[in-house]
Design a protein around this ligand. Structure first.
Ligand code: TXA
Ligand code: MG
Length: 462
């Protein structure tokens, strides 16, 4: 279904096509007392003047069209899909999306982690269109997605036995392995000039069906504007990228909610975590052996370098809505091994600080008083907390209060995190505080994303 794009026109098809709410919480998702400002799910096809000359120029060169196609799959309507069971109508939609990829277009698709923005990894113009649509710096390489192990040989020259063991344990799944790249098989833009490539097999039937049907390795970063929270719903993709990409396959909510864990196996068999994610350090150790996993390169747990600015005095540097800005914490560590880790990421538009302390009560007291002061200062306040702590706060501690669920369920927090950060944008929040969570298991990835979103700002409640 293609729609002609009109300049300066926002075409809302909500009345015709969709009746669902656009910002519904993800499955099992968070409780929120924020006002939702955009009530209907919309297919918006739009273009503005500023973008036309820059970003769209690249889209046009890639053969991409100035429209975005929306395919609503069965799983978006609540009908589960398994790898053996892609519905007949969905097969037709997936075939259309695959043809778009084969022809050099860009297609956003669901994975079990977050939505990806795919392009044929061999086609430089298509990959260029991905970078342009996202506003992504060209030194940040893309993960290549394949559907089957057979496709790996064509891409890489060697695989360490520990990497093989990790693939056997966690593929398909939220694990990306950085491996030596075979020369001349991919567009050089994919690896950003590195001699390695990050590869994964996603654990999502739609993603794998799409890649198989496209018949090519699919380079796919998260389908958000760079710097913004990653998309866990197709509506997030549309909010960020409609008009800039070829199409969106809506397969419902992403299951994990956080990106894959990116690892590199060193020659001695130890595993470096370049980015924490859906596979935990504990799960990696279970395969590679105790004491072999090094998470320090991911900056996952290093919260000591930038202690709190309690008011948003350095907020200017954190508003990374339209581009990825170097994070100040990362400036001190200029050569992380996953290039993407040096950028401020996942950020809501407002200023964000993470509050930790010796007890939940200390955290709540400090957060409540900072929020009150911010409110008096004219800020629109937001608070991200856990269910167990709600009673520790005053009745209305912030204009927008969102819970990530129970501390006992980090899976739920992971699934809800990005949608929650986007909810603060919808509420217009300018000053947001988030409770820290324990950094074990999935908590390490949650804290890593929170700290990135906060540009490293940690408030210690004592
Ligand atoms: O779950 C995910 O991984 C999602 C879904 C769509 O698969 N994708 C994703 O891609 O998160 P992206 O581009 O947002 O993040 C890729 C991360 C970046 O931090 C990048 O620097 C790192 O992986 N990376 C990619 N290739 C690399 C390489 N050859 N060496 C080191 N880091 C690499
Ligand atoms: Mg990303």
């Amino acid at each position: 279904m293609l729609y002609p794009l009109k300049r300066h026109v926002v075409l809302t098809l909500s009345m015709i096509l969709f009746q669902k709410r656009i910002n519904a919480a993800p499955r099992g998702g968070a409780v929120s007392s924020c006002q939702k400002q955009r009530p209907c799910r919309k297919l918006v096809i739009f273009m503005d003047n500023n973008h036309e000359e820059s970003l769209f120029a690249v889209q046009r060169r890639s053969g991409d069209i100035r429209t975005t196609v929306y395919w609503e799959l069965s799983s978006a309507k609540g009908n589960a899909e398994t790898s053996d069971d892609i519905h007949r109508m969905d097969q037709r939609d997936i075939a259309e999306a695959a043809a778009m990829l084969r022809n050099g277009g860009t297609v956003a698709f669901p994975t079990e982690t977050v939505y990806g923005l795919g392009a044929d990894a061999r086609n430089t113009q298509a990959v260029e269109a991905v970078f342009a649509a996202k506003g992504r710096p060209s030194d940040n390489p893309l993960i290549v997605h394949i559907a089957d192990l057979d496709a790996l040989d064509e891409l890489v020259t060697e695989v360490h036995p520990v990497a093989v063991a990790l693939m056997e344990a966690y593929w398909p799944g939220p694990l990306t392995l950085v491996l030596p790249l075979r020369p001349d098989v991919l567009s050089p833009l994919v690896s950003a000039g590195l001699d390695t490539v990050g590869v994964r097999i996603p654990d999502h039937p739609v993603a794998r069906a799409l890649i198989r049907a496209a018949g090519c390795p699919v380079a796919a970063p998260s389908a958000n504007r760079s710097g913004r929270p990653s998309p866990t719903l197709a509506s997030h993709v549309m909010d960020d990228l409609t008009g800039y990409i070829g199409g969106v396959l809506d397969g419902g909510a992403a299951g994990v909610g956080l990106e894959s864990t990116v690892v590199q196996v060193q020659p001695d068999g130890s595993v470096s975590v370049l980015r924490p994610g859906g596979i935990t350090a504990e799960q990696l150790s279970a395969v590679s052996g105790a004491g072999t996993v090094d998470s320090t390169s991911a900056e996952a747990l290093d919260f000591t370098r930038k202690e709190a600015a309690s008011m948003p005095s350095d907020a200017a540097g954190l508003n990374a809505a339209d581009g990825e800005l170097p994070a100040s914490a990362a400036d001190k560590n200029p050569a992380p091994r996953a290039p993407g880790m040096k950028y401020t990421h996942y950020a809501p538009r407002g200023w964000l600080g993470v509050v930790r302390g010796s007890s939940p009560l200390r955290v709540a007291e400090r957060a409540a008083s900072l929020l009150q002061a911010a409110q008096l200062n004219g800020e629109i306040t937001g608070l991200l907390l856990f269910d167990e702590h709600i009673a520790l706060y005053p009745a209305v501690p912030a204009a927008c209060v969102t819970s990530l669920g129970s501390l006992d369920s980090p899976e739920e927090a992971a699934r809800s995190l990005y949608a929650a950060l986007r909810r603060f944008d919808e509420a217009g929040a300018t000053y947001i505080l988030a409770e820290a969570c324990p950094v074990t298991g999935l908590g390490a990835a949650i804290m890593n994303r929170l700290m990135k979103a906060a540009g490293g700002t940690l408030i210690d409640a004592g």
